[in-house]
Design a binder for this molecule. Structure first.
Ligand code: GTP
Length: 195
């Protein structure tokens, strides 16, 4: 490889998507937090996977912190985007707003936009001048795959419009940050892209 010992991974996603839980699950058991509070701004985390040492920033999902996290785009070697695959309303593509079996999708029309959707957030990231055109690998976790009526990774990929990404390698995998399922697969892919 390139002999790089530490890489900086930015972990982004809407609030409540599972970023803190996911990073916690990647830590050795004795270092795990018992209770996770909503992220206030930025949290730094170190972990090893596939022979690569990761230094990860858990970037708060709260839009008011945007200026804070955009400063870290330039030094990111890899991007992790976490999506709550059961949050159909905030995924962002009307085409995948499929009601859960026996359920309804309720559209609430408001005069103002009250929630940012994941697709929009990802687009903002990918067209940022410090990210666009750089060949940084993008790993998408379709998290909360255990939740009732969670969308399959292919549906999440379609909802996010991942197939349009041409300037960087990307990969999507289903994950359950509570049990740890799927995390190793995703991080191993990332490690292979970086080395
Ligand atoms: P912010 O700090 O607000 O940006 O949120 P976050 O993205 O860090 O989410 P967090 O890790 O705090 O998780 C939000 C909630 O989702 C918590 O109640 C978690 O226990 C739960 N959660 C996280 N991952 C999973 C998962 O894979 N499955 C299920 N069922 N719940 C999850």
């Amino acid at each position: 490889g390139r002999g790089r010992t530490e890489v900086t991974v930015l972990v982004l996603g809407l609030d409540n998507s599972g970023k803190s839980t996911l990073l916690d699950a990647l830590r050795p058991p004795e270092q795990r937090a018992r209770h996770l509070a909503p992220t206030v701004a930025l949290q730094q985390d170190h972990f090893q996977s596939g022979g690569v040492s990761f230094s990860a920033w858990d970037v708060s999902g709260a839009p008011r912190h945007r200026a804070l996290w955009e400063r870290h785009y330039r030094r990111a070697h890899a991007l992790v985007f976490v999506v709550d695959s059961s949050d159909r309303l905030r995924l962002g593509n009307a085409a995948v707003l499929v009601p859960p079996p026996g359920g309804l999708v309720r559209y609430i029309m408001c005069g103002v936009r009250c929630a940012v959707v994941a697709r929009e957030e990802l687009e903002l990231l990918l067209c940022h001048p410090d990210v666009c055109g750089r060949r940084v690998p993008l790993l998408v976790f379709a998290n909360k795959c255990d939740a009732p009526h969670a969308l399959a990774p292919a549906q999440v990929a379609a909802g996010l419009g991942l197939e349009r990404i041409a300037d960087k390698p990307w990969h999507i995998c289903a994950s359950n940050a509570l049990s740890g399922a799927g995390l190793t697969d995703g991080i191993s892919w990332l490690a292979r892209q970086i080395r």
